[in-house]
Design a protein around this ligand. Structure first.
Ligand SMILES: NC(=O)c1ccc[n+]([C@@H]2O[C@H](COP(=O)([O-])OP(=O)(O)OC[C@H]3O[C@@H](n4cnc5c(N)ncnc54)[C@H](OP(=O)(O)O)[C@@H]3O)[C@@H](O)[C@H]2O)c1
Length: 320
């Protein structure tokens, strides 16, 4: 099979195309011919050697987790009906033309949904839907979304809006601001202007009931002050290099409920439920995954460079 491997931590150039033996499905497993593998921001950080306490990997490794594809072989004990089905799954190492997955981890891609959209939802759709459940975003609430133009942010904007929230989206530059408005944000704020927190506060009518922080660092710190007392704050992202540190003492004092990266590590049953929900919402047209660019598998290095440079909107996929 074709795959992309990392032999040493470093820049995008450490993503090297390789030929490896085809994997064989064991008992209760299937072989998937991969259509698309998704990329998520944290894969660029893990590749660089960052965050090994949170995300341990052993070299060499094949990056990636989410795939859409077609089941082409069955291991012992798998029902024959899976053969030829269009599916998504989470696996260890998805930057490859073929992957093995537990049959119990498969979700069928509904008719009417293309395989690139399915791949775009396999991680982000699950986390976005799970975050709105966790933080209980409700009708009429003010929601501040950092990193709103990214793969997951674009889904959060749509889902929060669909719940009847007032959405204030933070994204850089005219193209990203226009996109998040088109997706339903009531206000779109560029954080490169020095007065962005004041403008965000005004758009929020004083403060955010819920902050969905997929960025961390300086932006996340500013968002702490924008959170209403009694609100909810999810610090699930660190593309800036650090998760937002809202201390438990301050949170307690202000009655703010905190969520972090460990709260979005869902168990098998929740993963299946949230993934089916995300795919069905997309088929019904209630949520639109935004795919910024698709790179061939062999150009995984260019895909990572595109994610890190922040020049694309939405999701970056690999066509395998
Ligand atoms: N995808 C998931 O399922 C999942 C699960 C758990 C946690 N998370 C975390 O959530 C965060 C967002 O994930 P994602 O997949 O949506 O990422 P993404 O598509 O790459 O989007 C990240 C966004 O963050 C913004 N950003 C701000 N500062 C940045 C910086 N220094 N470097 C790069 N981007 C920066 C960028 O928007 P601007 O250019 O507009 O600033 C970019 O659109 C990540 O930290 C990820 O680890 C994601």
């Amino acid at each position: 099979m074709r795959a992309v491997q990392v032999h040493e931590f470093g820049g995008p150039e450490v993503l090297v195309p390789v030929e490896l033996p085809d994997p064989l499905p064991g008992p209760d497993e299937v072989l998937i011919e991969v259509a698309y593998a998704d990329t998520i921001f944290v894969e660029t950080q893990v590749r660089s050697g960052w965050g090994r306490g949170y995300f341990p990997v052993t070299l060499p490794y094949i990056p990636g987790g989410g795939v859409s594809g077609t089941v082409t072989a069955l291991g012992p004990g798998v029902a024959g009906g899976w053969l030829g089905r269009r599916v998504t799954s989470f696996v260890q190492g998805s930057y490859a033309s073929h992957v093995v997955s537990a049959a119990s981890a498969l979700t069928i891609v509904p008719d009417g949904l293309n395989m690139s959209s399915a791949a775009a939802l396999v991680h982000d759709g699950v986390t976005a839907a799970g975050l709105l459940e966790l933080t209980k975003v409700a009708e009429g609430e003010n929601v501040l979304i950092l990193g709103a133009s990214g793969g997951m942010g674009t889904l959060l904007v749509q889902l929060a809006r669909a719940r009847g929230a007032r959405v204030v989206a933070v994204a850089r530059g005219d193209q990203k601001l226009a996109l998040v408005r088109e997706l339903g944000a009531h206000a779109a704020i560029d954080p490169t202007t020095s007065d962005w927190p004041e403008r965000a506060r005004e758009a929020l009518g004083g403060g955010a009931d819920v902050v969905l922080d997929g960025v961390g660092g300086r932006l996340g710190t500013a968002a702490i002050a924008l959170t209403a007392n009694g609100g909810r704050f999810s610090a699930h992202g660190a593309p800036s290099g650090e998760f937002t540190a809202l201390g438990p003492a301050e949170a307690d004092h202000r009655g703010i409920k905190l969520f972090g990266i460990t709260d979005v590590q869902f168990g098998a049953a929740d993963l299946r439920r949230l993934r089916s929900y995300a795919l069905e919402e997309a088929v019904a047209g209630r949520q639109r995954p935004v795919v910024g660019e698709v790179f061939p598998l062999e150009r995984a290095a260019d895909a990572h460079e595109a994610v890190e440079s922040r020049r694309l909107v939405g999701k970056v996929l690999l066509e395998c």
